[in-house]
Design a protein around this ligand. Structure first.
Ligand code: IPE
Ligand code: IPE
Ligand code: MG
Length: 245
């Protein structure tokens, strides 16, 4: 792992990669007597502040769960509203993200998304490809099991084509086929809204992540809460199956 800057607020002990399950938009809206989409719009507005907080906290990689492979089960109105929000979000935020030095990537299966959204995603990735200040990864139509299944398919194709010797397959092999192949594993996974489950997020990658489940609903999440969680992480002792040094 690359050495971290000791001058960041976490003194170099903070997580390098934080992943967030942004949950609770619907309940936040319902509590205000508003439609669920009102909560999704409020939630989308929280993202910029969290991305901007990253460099000072030494967080180089931020991965956010925006839409799961299971979220298609929601009403057509909610799904269409979310897809329209993603299109608008990318269009509106592109310039600021580029200017802020954010490199944006998308993970998940793009094929089921509409062509216009796919094009916007490709454009944003290209536009920010030269950036390196913060790496923001947006999980859109993402499911951990779906990702492993897609990766396995491509791995099997490489074996069938004679490009990969099955005898050489080990735990370093599969990650090369995952959507996250260029990213380090998350060190800290945060889920808002009080649910203590991971809902199919980064299953392979989070094998040794630390978890924080907090009650705050995503539209109420703030840079201050984020900083508190990042700083608290620095006091945890990760053992990776070993014993205390
Ligand atoms: C998370 O908020 C955003 C998405 C899953 C798209 P929810 O929409 O799941 O909000 P709750 O859990 O119903 O409150
Ligand atoms: C997980 O939240 C997916 C996202 C935050 C995008 P859900 O609200 O879909 O998860 P469940 O249904 O409570 O497990
Ligand atoms: Mg939810």
């Amino acid at each position: 792992m690359a050495p971290k800057d000791k001058t960041d607020r976490a003194g170099g002990r903070g997580p390098r990669h934080v992943a967030i399950i942004m949950d609770g938009n619907g309940r936040w809206a319902q509590a205000r007597g508003r439609p669920r989409l009102f909560g999704h719009h409020a939630g989308a507005k929280r993202v910029r502040e969290i991305v901007e907080a990253c460099p000072d906290l030494g967080v180089k990689y931020l991965t956010i769960f925006a839409f799961s492979t299971e979220n298609w089960k929601r009403t057509q109105v909610e799904v269409a509203g979310l897809m329209s929000l993603f299109r608008r979000y990318i269009t509106k935020e592109a310039r600021a993200l580029k200017a802020e030095g954010v490199r944006v990537r998308f993970i998940g299966d793009r094929v089921r998304l509409d062509k216009k959204l796919q094009a916007l995603m490709d454009e944003l990735e290209e536009l920010t490809a030269g950036n390196d200040r913060v790496h923001l990864t947006i999980a859109l139509n993402y499911g951990g099991r779906d990702e492993v299944a897609r990766a396995t398919k491509r791995l099997a194709q490489d074996v069938a084509a004679g490009r990969l010797d099955p005898e050489t397959v080990d735990e370093e092999t599969l990650p090369k086929y995952l959507d996250t192949c260029v990213l380090p594993d998350p060190d800290l996974v945060i889920r808002t809204s009080g649910e203590a489950r991971i809902s199919n997020f980064l299953l392979w990658q989070s094998a040794y992540a630390e978890y924080e489940f907090i009650d705050t609903l995503w539209p109420d999440f703030s840079a201050q809460i984020f900083a508190d969680l990042v700083l608290a992480y620095g006091t945890r002792e990760r053992r990776f199956g070993g014993v205390k040094a």
